[in-house]
Ligand binder design. Structure first.
Ligand code: FAD
Length: 454
């Protein structure tokens, strides 16, 4: 049975796709190896298990307990972040970390230890996880937390679904006064401008101090952006001194306002796979000009529903179909801050010179927090994400050259977005790999894992 990941590449067949409908059930009898599956919002093959069994969890979507006084939420692992936000925001709570789409499950968020636009202030999803239960292939059910089965807890955060199936999880939410965000949109001229905006000396305090609800985390001493959320979209077609031009968007939760519906609902849908040639230099160039026109003045302030700021693409269902049948590849890397300006300029120049049109190119500074998991991708540094249409050997060659820059910088490539990195790049990206291996459940595997450990 075929299941497509978000990038529609690679396309693989599974021996079986079986739903796990309830957290109390044992694992299904499987053909070949097992891999838990969420909403398949991973781009490449980390959520695929060619020739084996995918155990889908999206029917395990029940809320188990929600303490409205303390903001502690316990839920089944197949519930989506969109479903959780619909319930908790009207009660004055918010998920402490969300990725760029709300259509991911809690299990998927843990297995990739996802990060959001507030990483510099709040760390990753795993930093706010109190406990979860892991169902292993020997039938055991292990409660894991920082104080109980702690090694397995750390291995499962960013553990790519390989340590067992997470049945439920307990998350510490953060309080909010409103469902809206106060957003500043700033026209960004180049990379130097990005770094100036990201490290701007803090004159004002953030709307809410993350250290108040995250004991031990504190705010990042090396990064003085007073905004809790920030991200930059850049025009990857720009060259020379204009490299890095784009739009910088920073925000805080609004201090007051409505708590009602402001989430992520798809209002449009892409009804079929577009012809593969639709996204080319010309159409992407036009999009980039229109997008930059949003920031026609140098600086604009607005109050926006949380869905619009946090999940801008969730308004268009199945937007991945714009890339047509061949699909697309995302390349998300992180490089240490010391070298970041030079390395990012080098990578962006490579993409522009290759004549490749990256439709969505995103830059963000990560905070200094120690990663929550053994295999967490998010770590101190600057992250760059590029989306490239799959055009065969030329695209793959460019991505290999980008990997070489990242390796040279001592950085990492994000497995959640990957479909082609080499075992060498994977090992260089995850220095704790040998410590992680013994925690892998012997019955579990994935297409990604076999590829990067061969
Ligand atoms: C538009 C878009 C924007 C994104 N933005 C970001 C971002 O800003 N930051 C970021 O970090 N990521 C981002 N992502 C990636 C996404 O957050 C991750 O790939 C996430 O893991 C997907 O969750 P999922 O429920 O779709 O899981 P899947 O993609 O189905 O699976 C992901 C992994 O989780 C494992 N898994 C799933 N459920 C369980 C379970 N119950 N128990 C154990 N393992 C399980 C799977 O085996 C697999 O290894 C984005 C993706 C998209 C499409």
């Amino acid at each position: 049975m075929s299941v497509r990941s978000w990038g529609n590449y690679p396309k693989v067949e599974h021996a079986a796709v079986i739903a796990q409908p309830w957290r109390h059930l044992p694992l299904p009898r499987a053909e070949g190896s097992l891999l838990p599956g969420g909403l398949a919002r991973s781009y490449g093959d980390s959520c695929l298990n060619e020739g084996g069994t995918l155990v889908t969890t999206t029917r395990m979507d029940h809320l188990i307990d929600f303490d409205r006084a303390s903001g502690v939420l316990r839920c089944e692992a197949g519930i989506s972040l969109a479903q959780i936000l619909e319930i908790v925001v009207p009660a004055g709570w918010f998920l402490p970390v969300v990725p760029g789409t709300a259509f991911v499950t809690v299990g998927g968020a843990i297995a990739n230890d996802v990060h959001g636009k507030n990483h510099h202030a709040a760390g990753s999803f795993g930093h706010h996880l109190r406990r979860f239960e892991l169902l292993r292939s020997d039938g055991s059910r292990l409660a894991c937390s920082p104080g109980e089965n702690a090694a397995l807890f750390r291995a499962t955060l960013g553990g790519l679904g390989l340590t067992g199936l997470i049945t439920w999880a307990e998350i510490q939410l953060r309080p909010v006064q409103s469902a809206t965000f106060d957003v500043e949109t700033i026209r960004m001229e180049n990379l130097a401008h990005f770094f100036a905006l990201s490290g701007e000396p803090g004159s004002e305090k953030p709307g809410s101090d993350p250290s108040a609800y995250m004991p031990g985390l504190g705010s990042d001493p090396g990064f003085s952006d007073p905004h809790e959320y920030s991200v930059a979209w850049i025009d990857a077609l720009a060259k020379g001194g204009a490299i890095g031009r784009g739009v910088f968007m920073r925000a805080n939760h609004a201090g007051a306002g409505r708590k009602g519906d402001a989430g992520a609902k798809a209002r449009l849908a892409v009804p079929f796979d577009f012809p593969a040639a639709t996204l080319n230099r010309h159409s992407v160039g036009l999009f980039n000009s229109l997008y930059r026109a949003r920031a026609s003045s140098k600086w604009r302030k607005s109050r926006e529903p949380y869905g619009k700021y946090l999940f801008p693409l969730d308004g268009i269902a199945r937007w991945n179909r714009m890339y047509g049948k061949p699909g697309f590849l995302q390349h998300q890397s992180v490089v240490p801050r010391a070298d970041a300006a030079a390395k990012l300029a080098e990578m962006l120049a490579m993409v522009a010179d290759a004549g490749e049109a990256s439709f969505l190119t995103v830059l963000k500074v990560f905070g200094e927090q120690t990663p929550a998991g053994l295999m967490s991708f998010a770590r101190p540094g600057v992250t760059l994400a590029l989306d490239l249409p799959m055009r065969g050997a030329g695209t793959l060659g460019l991505l290999d050259r980008l990997d070489a820059v990242v390796r040279d910088a001592g950085g990492a490539i994000y497995p959640a977005k990957d479909a082609r990195m080499s075992p060498e790049t994977f090992r260089a990206s995850f220095p704790n790999l040998d410590e992680f291996r013994p925690h892998v459940d012997p019955a579990f595997s994935s297409s990604f894992w076999r590829r990067v450990t061969r």
